[in-house]
Every structure is written in C-alpha cells, then in structure tokens.
Design a protein around this ligand. Structure first.
Ligand code: T3D
Length: 261
C-alpha cells in the first residue's frame, strides 16, 4: 500500500502535519502540496485544534519541488505555482491559528519558503536552509522573495539567493530565520512542548494578532493604527479579555482554554 504523503497526528490541542516522502527529503509533489493545504484548512475548522505544526519525516524538512515530477507536466510554471505552492503559503499565513514550521532537517527551494512561512520557526540543531533555486536557474518562489528580505535585508537575501549556500542553525538564529534551536535528539518533544505552551495562550486574541501583523506588513502606520483600534474592540469584547483581567486581579494564572471551545 502507498504511504500517505502527509501524516496527521493530534496531541493536546496541537495538530502535527508531517511531510512524508522521506527517501526524497520530503521533496514536494502535487499530492503533498494539495493535501497539506487541505489539512491546514481542516485544522483551521476543527475547534479542538489550537496550534498547527508542519514538520518533515526523516532527516529532511522539505527539499522543495520534486525535480523528478516536473518533466511532462501539463502546466506552465505560473499555472503550477498558482495551483499548488501559492495557495499553500496563503493558507498558512491566512490561518486563524498559529502555524509552527518545525524544521527538523534541510529546507531547500520551496521547502525553504515553507520553513520561513510559519508564524513561529523552530529548528533542530542539524537543520539548514538553502535558497537553492539559482542552482537550477530558477527564481526564488513560494514567498521567499517576500519573507527573506524582510528578515535579513535586501542585500543578504540576494547573496543567499545568488550563491545558494547552506545556512546552518546557529547562523539562522542570529539572522532571525528562526526563533529557537533545539537539540536534534529531543527536537520533536521540544517542539511539542513549545506548541502545547502556545496552545494555552488566548486563541481568539492570537488570531486577531496574526491578522493585524499580517496586514501591517504591507500597510502604512496610519492604516495599522486604525486596524488595531478596530481589532482591539473585537478582542476587548471577548471572554478571553475578561478572564485575563479577572485573573490579574485575583493574582492567578489566566485560563484561556475552555472545555466547550
Ligand atoms: O512549479 C515549479 O515546479 C517551480 C517550483 C519550484 C520550487 C522549488 O523548490 S525549485 C528547487 C527544487 N529543489 C532543489 O533543487 C533541491 C535539490 N536537492 C538538493 O540540492 C539536495 O538534495 C539537498 C541540498 C536538498 C540535500 O542534499 P543531501 O546531500 O543532504 O541529500 P541528497 O543525497 O542530495 O538527497 C537525498 C535523496 O533525496 C536523493 O535521492 P537518492 O539518490 O538517495 O535516490 C535525492 O535525489 C533526493 N532529492 C533531494 N532533493 C530532491 C530529491 N529528489 C527529487 N527532488 C528533489 N528536490
């Protein structure tokens, strides 16, 4: 029987989606990209899920487009990107729940874009990122031209894209490509513990925060201020806010997870 290309597992309000083409370092074929997008949407609609983790099986995170899958394709590059990678990246960024890119190993090409696309990026010590596109004379895609210069600046982004050199975990942390680096041996447990901690935070307020930050990336200060004022009303009217303030006054930890949610 054929292996599923995406493994889905739930633990304590955390849904983990694992890219599962281990022998190819989880290089992406259409099935993997379309199923990952579907699973993200399913997770968004499931009230039991508060955080989504994307990671890779085996020693790779994602080696980008499966290069064995390209020849004979009945789509142009533009059509293919619009059909597969672009909806995936838009879904990650548009999800109402936090998405963690848990980069367990090499992330190359569109796999690097996927590693950067999460709201939080956690890396294993042995992980690496390569803007590998220029090795096959392609243009960085799946959001790399948008994510990377915002993180490292135009010039360093261009250098990384031009030479396609491997960025290792310590440098990635220094450059702001990830938030935390965990030991290889305990990586999956450390990611789960981090995700569970994130899952205790106020889900509604974080959804609005994600919306505000996402929009602010391309708006003026004036627009951001107006949006904040509108979204703050939605946050302030929600029970999470009442609970946070009550917990503060009662000098106890706030309880942002409710059974009926
Ligand atoms: O719409 C469109 O099509 C455009 C979209 C483009 C998006 C893109 O992502 S373009 C970039 C595509 N990706 C690459 O060019 C990366 C190619 N891979 C590599 O450069 C290297 O494999 C890595 C640097 C990622 C890792 O190197 P290493 O030495 O750790 O592993 P390896 O031995 O090269 O790879 C292990 C196996 O995975 C190997 O298979 P084998 O020989 O053991 O049977 C290798 O062929 C396979 N593999 C790795 N990457 C891909 C792949 N197979 C298919 N496609 C891959 N991208």
């Amino acid at each position: 029987m054929e292996q599923p290309v995406i493994l889905v597992s739930d633990q304590a309000a955390v849904r983990t989606l694992t890219l599962n083409r281990e022998d190819k370092l989880n290089a992406a074929n259409d099935a993997l990209l379309l199923q990952l997008t579907d699973e993200l949407r399913r997770a968004d609609a499931d009230p039991a899920v508060r955080v989504v983790v994307i990671t890779g099986a085996g020693r790779g995170f994602c080696a980008g487009q499966d290069l064995g899958d390209v020849s004979g394709r009945d789509m142009t590059f533009t059509e293919h990107l619009n059909h597969t990678y672009n909806p995936l990246v838009r879904t990650i960024r548009g999800l109402s729940k936090p998405v963690i890119s848990a980069v367990n190993g090499v992330a190359a090409g569109a796999g690097a874009s996927l590693a950067l696309a999460g709201d939080i990026r956690l890396w294993a010590q042995g992980a690496s990122l390569i803007e590998v596109f220029s090795n096959i004379a392609l243009v960085p895609d799946s959001g790399s031209t948008w994510f990377l210069p915002r993180l490292v600046g135009y010039h360093r982004a261009f250098e990384m894209m031009a030479f396609a050199e491997k960025v290792r975990a310590d440098d990635a942390l220094r450059l702001g490509l990830c938030e935390q680096v965990f030991p290889d041996e305990t990586f999956r447990q450390d990611v789960q513990a981090y995700a569970e901690r994130l899952a205790t935070r106020p889900a509604h307020a974080l959804a609005l925060t994600k919306q505000a930050l996402g929009a602010a990336m391309t708006s003026s200060l004036d627009e951001a201020l107006n949006r904040e004022a509108e979204l703050q009303q939605l946050a302030g009217d929600h029970w999470e806010h009442t609970e946070g303030v009550t917990a503060f006054k009662e000098k106890r930890p706030a309880q942002f997870v409710r059974a009926e949610e």
